[in-house]
Design a protein around this ligand. Structure first.
Ligand SMILES: Cc1cc2nc3c(=O)[nH]c(=O)nc-3n(C[C@H](O)[C@H](O)[C@H](O)COP(=O)(O)O)c2cc1C
Length: 473
């Protein structure tokens, strides 16, 4: 349905129809794969999102993601054969997830990992659907041909439009190809953050501010190569209403981590999940990570000890992260995260997004997705009602202004203007002070008329956008 200001007829709109049909979440296509629900479960290490959580999300129509970093900690011989254990564990988790569902399964790999290429190789061999590449820019040495041959889509995780341009230009030049989508991870996310500490609360770096710039940044590449490049945005997305707002800003999907921790299927111990339920707003804090990036986590005794300068003993099995200064480090992040995964919260801590304190209980992935779908539909209805109401008020005001303007014209004030111009040319303008006022009032009416017209046009455009984006059940 195309709206135009001139022939727009309010009564043509079947609001009730739209409400009774309900609004469904749109689908998400990345490369050749289509998820029926535009929700990517963010990869969560160490072992927080393994096969069980990823399969459950994929089964509900979203994209389930296994986190590759230090996944070998799920194996017994990690401290002896770190790299081998990582590869074995990743392969095993992918296979378990594949066995459990036909849905879309991805793997999250940190570019900063020393065994990044091994993890990528296993993902290619196991033909996962998508690899999400974060914590560093996937530039040199990406086996693009092998990824394409195995039909593995590639989605970098970024925090700025500059990073998008850098990656996409590099790929175009070096590989004559481009990635299949982008994840924008905003500063409210849990886990390591791709921002300087001072940027985290700066509104210029907020998800809402950066998202439209990323949507613009991918457009020329999408156009040039004739491909869709979905932008997936996350960090602080908690409710169906947050999903609606994020999609309205141009995202094709959302990435969510925190909400998926508090699910029955999350691979972490119950103690880890419970720390989300128990967290208060003040407990969600920023920490310095040995990786060299800030991170967001739930404050506990372990973190307080570190803040007070404590050094936690550890034996570095192998330098898993290129940027980690293990010898200078107060603690081993992989070990701390793995302890937390096992529920040993005194010997580790839980990464969490800003909204973790809003978690009230543990639910199944099925319940969570159903709640988000419902919240999204309700939020769409609210938006729709708001536009509809604003539109009705604006139309009334417009009718008034239009009439006032019309009456003024009918009264011949326009004719007086011509007369005034003539007489003022002759130097008798003083005499026409009262006529000037009349003219000014016409100008004002004209301005009001134009403004009302513009406002209505804006509302019609909002409505148009809403109708274009909405998917009706
Ligand atoms: C416990 C936890 C562990 C995480 N681990 C990783 C990780 O290993 N790699 C990564 O790229 N992102 C990681 N993240 C970030 C998530 O993938 C996701 O982008 C983020 O949680 C989204 O923000 P939200 O938690 O507010 O929904 C982690 C987040 C959490 C909560």
């Amino acid at each position: 349905m195309k709206f135009s200001f001139d022939d727009f007829d309010f009564s043509k709109f079947k609001w009730s129809d739209i409400f009774s049909r309900g609004v469904a979440l749109p689908t998400l296509t990345i490369g050749s794969k289509t998820a029926t629900v535009p929700i990517v479960q963010g990869g969560m290490g160490v072992g927080i999102s393994a096969s069980r959580l990823a399969a459950a999300v994929a089964q509900e129509g979203g994209i389930g993601v296994i986190a590759a970093n230090a996944i070998g900690m799920l194996e017994k011989d990690y401290y002896k054969n770190g790299i081998e254990a990582n590869m074995r564990a990743l392969r095993s988790e992918i296979r378990k997830a594949r066995k459990a569902t036909d849905g879309i399964i991805g793997v999250n790999i940190m570019v900063a990992l020393n065994d990044f290429h091994n993890m990528l190789q296993v993902s290619i061999e196991e033909k996962v659907d998508i690899v999400f590449l974060g914590a560093g820019l996937p530039l040199k040495g990406i086996p693009v041909e092998a990824l394409r041959a195995a039909n593995v889509a590639v989605v970098p995780i970024v925090s700025s439009a500059k990073a998008v341009q850098l990656i996409f230009k590099f790929w175009q030049k070096k590989y004559n190809d481009i990635p299949d989508g982008v994840v924008l991870e905003g500063p409210k996310a849990g886990g390591h953050l791709g921002y300087k500490p001072e940027q985290i609360d700066d509104p210029a770096f907020a998800l809402e501010a950066v998202l439209p710039t990323i949507v613009e940044a991918v457009k020329p590449f999408a156009k040039e190569l004739g491909r869709e490049i979905p932008v997936i945005a996350g960090g602080g997305v908690f409710s169906g209403s947050d999903i609606e707002q994020t999609l309205t800003l141009g995202a094709s999907a959302v990435q969510m981590g925190t909400r998926f921790v508090a699910t029955t299927e999350c691979d972490a111990d119950e103690g880890f999940k419970q720390s989300f339920v128990d967290a208060k707003e003040d407990d969600v804090v920023l920490i310095k990570s040995p990786v060299g990036m800030p991170g967001r986590a739930i404050r506990n005794q372990f973190l307080t000890d570190l803040e007070n300068g404590a050094k936690k003993f550890f034996k570095c099995p192998y330098k898993c992260l290129a940027s980690c200064k293990a010898e200078e480090s107060q603690y081993c992040i992989s070990l701390a995260l793995d302890n937390a995964r096992k529920g040993k919260m005194n010997h580790g801590f839980a990464f969490a997004g800003t909204n973790a304190y809003k978690i009230e209980k543990i639910v199944s992935v099925k319940e969570l997705i159903a709640e988000l779908k419902m919240g999204y539909a309700e939020s769409c209805e609210t938006t729709f009602t708001r536009i509809k109401d604003e539109y009705a008020v604006a139309m009334e005001r417009f009718a008034e202004v239009k009439q006032e303007y019309g009456v003024a014209l009918d009264n011949g004030i326009e004719a007086l203007k011509t007369e005034y111009d003539k007489i003022s040319e002759m130097g008798a303008s003083d005499y026409f002070d009262d006529k000037i006022q009349a003219l000014e009032s016409v100008e004002n009416l004209k301005k009001n008329y134009a403004e009302a017209q513009e406002y209505i046009q804006e509302l019609v455009e909002q409505m148009q956008l809403f109708m274009d984006n909405a998917v009706y059940e």
